[in-house]
Design a protein around this ligand. Structure first.
Ligand SMILES: NC(=O)c1ccc[n+]([C@@H]2O[C@H](COP(=O)([O-])OP(=O)(O)OC[C@H]3O[C@@H](n4cnc5c(N)ncnc54)[C@H](O)[C@@H]3O)[C@@H](O)[C@H]2O)c1
Ligand SMILES: [Zn+2]
Length: 413
């Protein structure tokens, strides 16, 4: 074998007994650069909006761009002309074509529960001969983006995915990152890939049709990232919590931009975009949130579960002296003011032996991330630290605290 500069002889020892195990190592190393645009627009499928066409032509390949389009059923229902507008948009441009008419996929967590819809998408991509240079556009909430993105990332080892997030949470978090996945074996995102999109197109016009729950859910992810990374943004959220919850669109657009950028900056600058280490700051508040979603059979939305998870972990941080009582109070009052919950009855559920059921979330979280337990907590406002064990007694205290607080309050659920 030709030896490279990094070549090493690896010997299992010099004795005659181990000579037969001498081996040779060739060090392989390369870097892959990823880049993708995250754009903010309105009315993406207006005949006069050039954004999608210019995105498909990003590499100036001068060819016909083939695409498959999958639309969240909730979005298709709320925007009855969307499917025909997509068809018209493609028909009006000779450099683009649809491989088949846009298809709806079930919206919400059921999209990503198990493999059923993944297989349906794979079958369509196969039947219509999409190749690695073809495009898959996924239009919908975080669940549909996760599932369609996952299916498209494994067909031919990855097609070009254009995400069009349609909820607050998808536009400020789920849609802008590098992860896809589906739920299986009772665990969120059990199967999935790290696969950066080709582009992300955030169209604010989709937000008009969101239900109250979906509108508010995304505010929780903004609190999450602000509390651990950006004090100024947190102050903005606290000052505007009521207006944000009451559907102030200009404020919401401002919030989505800042939150999406904070997520993008973290992925770009953390040194660990594909999360090979154990720490995962963007999952602050998530160890219990994922457990609550599963235990409620997904009746509790991701954003709502994250709000409760943030409340619990902020209490925990206060008890460790990482947050002052006043800082803790500021967080939970603002979460509640924006219409997010701080309590669900299932927090009290206990498993065998009387252990709080949510504590099962710790082990699942650790297994998903790999390595030792690592939980991100705020350390002052806008800063974070990681802890490697959780005192179950303090979690018990937090649960009691929010139960008492919630009694008779509007944020009791
Ligand atoms: N990949 C990631 O990095 C990442 C990050 C955060 C969250 N997530 C995942 O995202 C999912 C949650 O996403 P979500 O909060 O966007 O909710 P969702 O995808 O579950 O959608 C919620 C509901 O809103 C409907 N909907 C979507 N857009 C609409 C619109 N414009 N008008 C009317 N109805 C609309 C859907 O049909 C659905 O019924 C979870 O599965 C979570 O695990 C992924
Ligand atoms: Zn989340």
């Amino acid at each position: 074998m030709k030896k490279n500069p990094g070549h090493m002889d690896v010997s299992a020892g010099n004795s005659n007994n181990t000579k037969q195990f001498q081996s040779e190592e060739y060090k392989q190393e390369f870097m892959v650069r990823h880049n993708y645009p995250v754009c903010f627009t309105r009315d993406l499928f207006s005949p006069r909006n050039p954004l999608l066409a210019s995105i498909l032509d990003r590499f100036k390949e001068g060819r016909k761009y083939r695409a498959a389009v999958f639309v969240d059923s909730g979005v298709a229902k709320a925007h009855p002309s969307l499917m025909s507008r997509i068809e018209k948009y493609f028909k009006a441009r000779k450099e683009m074509e649809l491989a088949f008419a846009p298809v709806t996929v079930p919206g919400g967590e059921k999209a990503k529960r198990g493999w059923k819809h993944v297989k349906e998408i794979m079958r369509l991509l196969n039947d219509h001969h999409l190749c690695r240079h073809s495009y898959v556009a996924a239009i919908g909430g975080g669940a549909v983006l996760d599932m369609v993105g996952f299916a498209s990332s494994i067909v031919h080892r990855g097609l070009r995915v254009v995400r069009v997030p349609t909820t607050v949470l998808a536009q400020n978090d789920a849609g802008v990152g590098v992860k896809n996945g589906i739920d299986d074996y009772g665990a969120k995102n059990f199967a999935g890939t790290f696969s950066p999109p080709f582009a992300v197109l955030n169209d604010f016009n989709f937000l008009h049709t969101l239900s109250g729950k979906e509108w508010k859910g995304g505010i929780a992810e903004a609190f999450k990232v602000a509390i651990i990374k950006d004090r100024e943004f947190l102050e903005f959220l606290c000052e505007n919590a009521v207006a944000l919850g009451k559907r102030d669109l200009p404020l919401m657009e401002k919030m989505i931009r800042r939150c999406a950028i904070l997520h993008l900056e973290h992925i770009r600058n953390s040194g660990d975009p594909f999360e090979s280490g154990s720490a995962r700051p963007l999952d602050f508040g998530h160890w219990s949130a994922h457990r609550m979603e599963v235990a409620s059979n997904y009746r509790i939305g991701h954003g709502q579960a994250v709000a409760v998870g943030i409340a619990l972990d902020s209490f925990y941080a206060m008890r460790l002296g990482l947050l002052s009582r006043q800082e803790f109070q500021m967080i939970i009052e603002a979460l509640a003011a924006s219409g997010l919950p701080l309590w669900y009855g299932l927090l009290e559920k206990r498993g065998e032996g009387g252990r709080l059921d949510i504590l099962e979330g710790l082990g699942q979280f650790q297994e998903h991330l790999g390595g030792g337990l690592s939980i991100t907590l705020p350390q002052g406002l806008g800063k974070k630290c990681d802890v490697h064990r959780i005192e179950e007694g303090i979690v018990e205290e937090a649960v009691r605290y929010f139960k008492d607080l919630g009694q008779g309050q509007p944020f009791s659920h």
